[in-house]
Design a protein around this ligand. Structure first.
Ligand SMILES: NC(=O)c1ccc[n+]([C@@H]2O[C@H](COP(=O)([O-])OP(=O)(O)OC[C@H]3O[C@@H](n4cnc5c(N)ncnc54)[C@H](OP(=O)(O)O)[C@@H]3O)[C@@H](O)[C@H]2O)c1
Length: 275
């Protein structure tokens, strides 16, 4: 049995589906009372990882854990070591951590990864770059004004479809051959916010205007839902990425045996949010 934290999110939902399709028993964890879009047969357990003891009842019979630590968890002073202690005591042997590319490139601290790699559990690290789904922040303004206001319009990064992260996570949870692996996960090609806006417009079949936002404007918006150090590090990557952050990684294709999905494919699957 596999325990998936962050199970109602952009990565967690497709991960739960992929594991069920592979015939695995899954316990889905989130703080919400009801699990949205959970496939039949998936047990949902309500817990806040910032209070790790609450995870214990989800672990009966589990051997692997997909660990996602949200901004809320970090802001609440959540302890990854505390979560790992509860996991180990509950019989978990293997953990797959959703980390970030910024750890590999030196833009983000390695605190979460260190807690995992210094534990005595078998581990795999997934280090994705920016998610295609971050553009859902634009959905309201696209729906109501057919406009995107975002910073760094011409800085291109190889953003990734969270469904690809989920597929890689499923493989690494199911196949012991990835223990000790650290994978950088990107999309197939760098794409800028202006180009993402054009892709959304093309899928919509209607023009959408791109308006450049200043770093200060973007910062003020992001501070509403992200901790301050994460906001600064994210803006640095979006505005002044290192060469290593603009590079397409071969890891998705190596693990899945096919190239990563394009931003346009993500937009086509999610266009209802922008209509
Ligand atoms: N977005 C990016 O560009 C990017 C890039 C690299 C890495 N990442 C990493 O990706 C992760 C975000 O993934 P995502 O897209 O799946 O996020 P998401 O769509 O916002 O989903 C977050 C999930 O975690 C659950 N959750 C949040 N706080 C929790 C807590 N304290 N205890 C238990 N469950 C909690 C949420 O459900 P409830 O709210 O109901 O609890 C939800 O299921 C973060 O770890 C981030 O560092 C993101």
């Amino acid at each position: 049995m596999i325990v998936v934290t962050g199970a109602t999110g952009n990565v967690g939902q497709p991960l739960v589906r992929a594991l069920v399709t592979a015939g695995e028993q899954v316990t889905a964890v989130s703080r919400g009372i009801s699990a949205r879009d959970m496939p039949p047969g998936v047990r949902h357990h309500q817990a806040d990882l910032a209070e790790p003891a609450g995870l214990a009842p989800a672990l009966a019979g589990a051997d692997a854990l997909f660990l996602l630590t949200s901004g809320d968890f970090v802001s609440a002073g959540g302890s990854v070591s505390g979560v790992l202690d509860v996991a180990r005591a509950g019989g978990i042997r293997r953990v797959v951590l959703l980390s970030s590319q910024g750890v590999a490139t030196g833009s983000h601290p390695a605190t979460l990864e260190d807690a995992v790699t210094q534990s005595d559990l078998e581990w795999t690290l997934l280090r994705p770059g920016g998610f295609d789904s971050n553009t859902l922040q634009w959905a309201d303004m696209v729906r109501t004004q057919r406009v995107v206001r975002a910073p760094f319009g011409d800085v291109a990064l190889p953003t990734i479809d969270p469904a690809d992260i989920a597929e890689v996570a499923a493989v690494t949870l199911l196949d012991g051959g990835h223990v000790g692996g650290a994978y950088e996960l990107t999309g197939p090609a760098p794409i800028s916010p202006r180009q993402q806006t054009m892709a959304i417009a093309e899928v919509l079949g209607e023009p959408v205007r791109y308006v450049e936002q200043s770093r200060a404007e973007a910062r003020a918006q992001m501070l509403r839902f992200m901790p301050e150090p994460v906001v600064e590090a994210t803006l640095d990557i979006l505005g002044m990425p290192k060469a290593t952050e603009q590079r397409v990684s071969p890891d998705v294709e190596r693990i899945l045996g096919r190239p990563p999905r394009t931003f346009t494919e993500w937009a086509a699957r999610n266009i209802a949010a922008f209509k």
